[in-house]
Write a protein that binds this ligand. Sequence first.
Ligand SMILES: Cc1ncc(C[n+]2csc(CCOP(=O)(O)OP(=O)(O)O)c2C)c(N)n1
Length: 550
Amino acid sequence: MTDPRPPAAASTAAHALLGVLAANGIDRVFLVPGESYLGILDALSDFPAIDVVTCRHEAGAGFMALVDGRLTRRPGVVLASRGPGASNAAIAVHTAQQDAVPMILIVGQIPRRDLRRGAFQEIDYQAMYGTIAKWVCEVTSPDQIAEATFRAIRVATTGTPGPVVLVVPEDVQQQVVPCPAWQATAHVPMRPDEATLSRLQALLGRSQRPLILAGGQFDVPGGRDALRRFAEHWQCPVVVSFRRQDLFPNDHPLYAGDLGLANPAAQIAAFADSDLILALGTRHGDISSQGYTFPSVPVPAQTLVHCYPDDRVVGQHHAPQLGVVGDAVTLCGLLLGPPPASPRTGWCDRLRSLHRAWATWPERDPDDGIDFSRVVRAIERESGDDLVLAVDAGTFAAPVYRHFRWRPTQRLLAPLAGSMGYGVPAALAAQLRWPGRRVVCLVGDGGFLMTGNEMILAVERRLPILFVVSNNASYASIRIHQDREYPGRHRGTGLFNPDFTAMGLAFGMPAERLEHADAVDATIARCLRTDGPRLLEVRTSLSAVLPAPG
Ligand SMILES: Cc1ncc(C[n+]2csc(CCOP(=O)(O)OP(=O)(O)O)c2C)c(N)n1
């Protein structure tokens, strides 16, 4: 491996910053350039091993960095200019916080001599990002830049992973400083003491109706296998947290579904009938806890065990009988003692059949376009085990969460924060990281015009992504809310759209429009077989997702 550091003579603060990033495995940054960080841009020329991905909007760059961070578990890095650039990147900082993904936003700042004068494009980033970033650091002393970068990496990746904002005034970037190559090592997972393990063992052995709520912490190498072995050993049904359907094989007899935005009341009632809830590797926040109602706050009716590597999360909303501040994957590996005395077949079957009834594919034949669930179903049927599905926010995605049966190695990338504009950049970042996998992006006509411009990267870098644009001429998710709250009044949710197929062609990729339901299966099969990048516009039915007129 080549030394990531530049020659000592070129050691500016910008080099020190990049040197620490490179020493910690960061091999790619996403950016929109700005005059406020010319020093860092220049220093990037001395780090040829860092791939520079030039983007069209800081939201797109931020989402790409976020997904890169999610896939590598190292901080995804995005560079943005001061003021306007940093403002555009805010959506990614918020999403990184909500999705618990390590990310570093590096912002060029006005020169130190003008700080706090309200100078051109100046922002006080502590005030702006203080509540959504884990840490905001304005480095006003060049000597501290390496230390601040090193700490940024550690803050972003430890406890609940999240975003850090590193602000570097432009005159700091060119100062000559030493260039260290400190490497942060991962924390040793905390091992619960023997007394805690025996207590857990006893709880698991005794329970008649245990239930695992599994969260994103299992999204690490070996994590899914550890979860499956643990569940099988204890004959314990598994429910995955919000938008984490790919954590557990969906055709497994112990898979009991997910905690999302639309669980049927009977299913939640059945979950609540559990006598032992094991919330493992999950923050069990707003959506997963069904708006802080499952289990009840602050003291659950069931015995609750909560394991997460952050003492601010364990017990934050729900008081567990047993709170373990630690690594859920490690815990699963330690708890494989004597199996339960009696099988829990009745309990497992009950949850399983409730889930299967809810997950059955719908049969709809609307006359105003294609029911998008047919498209998702065709992707499920025609995809291999290498599928990575990057999904934007919108109602077109509902079948992905409800009906799609995820296989063990397939991956779902969806924003827990519900941020529109995530899908296209997520697909790009995933395909850059995993060139050999089949990446498909699902995006609505609303979300596509937010960050769809980034799609040009797929043409530039020959990334074989299939972009599927669901065109229902509407911000339909919001229209559904309108129809529920204010029936028939649709102000602001209709969309006048460009020709998306022509857009795909103009970007330089093959593109086609899918207009008839009976062509769905063959078109999806063909698109998945051909090498992308490729755009498929689907004329999607609006009526299929709206409540029937009352
Ligand atoms: C950045 C952002 N802006 C607004 C919203 C609110 N919102 C959620 S879904 C949605 C509509 C999505 O429309 P579209 O992409 O066309 O998909 P559809 O719901 O029509 O399938 C909106 C506006 C959001 N979640 N994120």
